[in-house]
Design a protein around this ligand. Structure first.
Ligand SMILES: Nc1ncnc2c1ncn2[C@@H]1O[C@H](COP(=O)(O)OP(=O)(O)O)[C@@H](O)[C@H]1O
Ligand SMILES: [Mg+2]
Length: 286
């Protein structure tokens, strides 16, 4: 992801969204971190501030919370207010990391209000105004004018499994510059962060990384995906080693790839380290 990019974090509940956002808040190099906790459970607020954000780094963080029991108007305002704080720091030339949890709850608050004032529901009970509000909020983040200051933003979006029908998930995917999909299957295996590499995509990667990095990531995805495609056969023992050299490669590299993709809650990794590790995983001999 690039500075000023807006990404969606798509996942069901309890798959590790908050923990992942917390890790970003703790280990980012951003000047200011603005967290908007919108429509989530009230006890998550205390948890996020005390346990996940931690004590030492709170000096550069601003948390705006409008939990689920707050009126819908307050929840909408909360998201807008968090964005306004981020804009304020960006306009002062700061690099801001904006973490919004969650965009779905924001849309649901707008749905409550719109239905109450008599707007007719359209898609899955969401009135048309919900879909107009989403880009209006998301478009406020991004790079500042003339390259001064930036808001790099993560918006969490609730989506259960491969439910592509959810209109908010659909609409968000269209307006964001990329998305990470967290997979429940990975989380159940204890693989954290449970990022589904195959389903996740960045729309600006080719603009922000050098050619070698891009190529390395492409190769990683190709090998990873080859293993996933043959996984069922391999696990029931139906794959005969030697029948496809590329699959043999993927099986050999699989343990290293899986461990490269995991990170514990209190582990930080720099860009340089990660790139070196990725290269080492793909070229184990050198
Ligand atoms: N990186 C991680 N390492 C270990 N456990 C994790 C990690 N991320 C999430 N978990 C586990 O998953 C649980 C749910 O995570 P949470 O971020 O609260 O989910 P969500 O916000 O998606 O509802 C956590 O309480 C923790 O036990
Ligand atoms: Mg959460």
């Amino acid at each position: 992801m690039g500075r000023g990019q807006r990404l969606g974090l798509f996942a069901g509940s309890g798959v590790g969204k908050s923990v992942l956002l917390g890790m970003m808040a703790r280990y980012t190099k951003a000047d200011v971190i603005v967290v908007g906790l919108i429509g989530e459970r009230g006890r998550e607020v205390k948890e996020f501030v005390e346990d996940i954000l931690g004590a030492q780094d709170r000096s550069r963080a601003v948390v705006v919370a409008a939990p689920a029991d707050a009126p819908p108007l307050l929840r909408m305002q909360g998201a807008s207010y968090a964005t306004a704080i981020a804009e304020h720091f960006r306009d002062k030339g700061k690099h801001v990391l904006l973490l919004m949890d969650s965009l779905t709850r924001y849309a649901q608050a707008q749905r409550e209000i719109a239905l109450a004032i008599g707007e007719p529901p359209a898609t899955k009970g969401y009135p048309p105004s919900c879909f107009a509000k989403l880009p209006a909020l998301v478009e406020r983040s991004g790079n500042g004018l003339n390259g001064v200051g930036s808001i790099t933003a993560f918006y969490t979006v609730l989506s259960e499994g491969d439910d592509q029908q959810d209109p908010i998930a659909d609409a968000s995917r269209a307006i964001l510059d990329g998305h990470y999909v967290l997979s429940r299957a990975l989380a159940e295996q204890g693989h954290y962060p449970a990022i589904d590499v195959e389903q996740s995509a960045s729309r600006v990667m080719h603009n922000v990384v050098p050619q070698e990095h891009f190529e390395l990531a492409r190769r990683f995805r190709a090998v990873y995906s080859r293993y996933q495609k043959s996984k069922d056969l391999i696990q029931v023992g139906a794959y005969v080693s030697g029948s496809d050299p590329q699959v043999d490669d993927a099986i050999r590299l699989q343990p290293a790839m899986a461990s490269f993709l995991q990170q514990t809650m209190f582990e930080s990794a720099s860009m340089e380290e990660s790139l070196a590790q990725m290269a080492a995983v793909l070229n184990p001999q050198n």
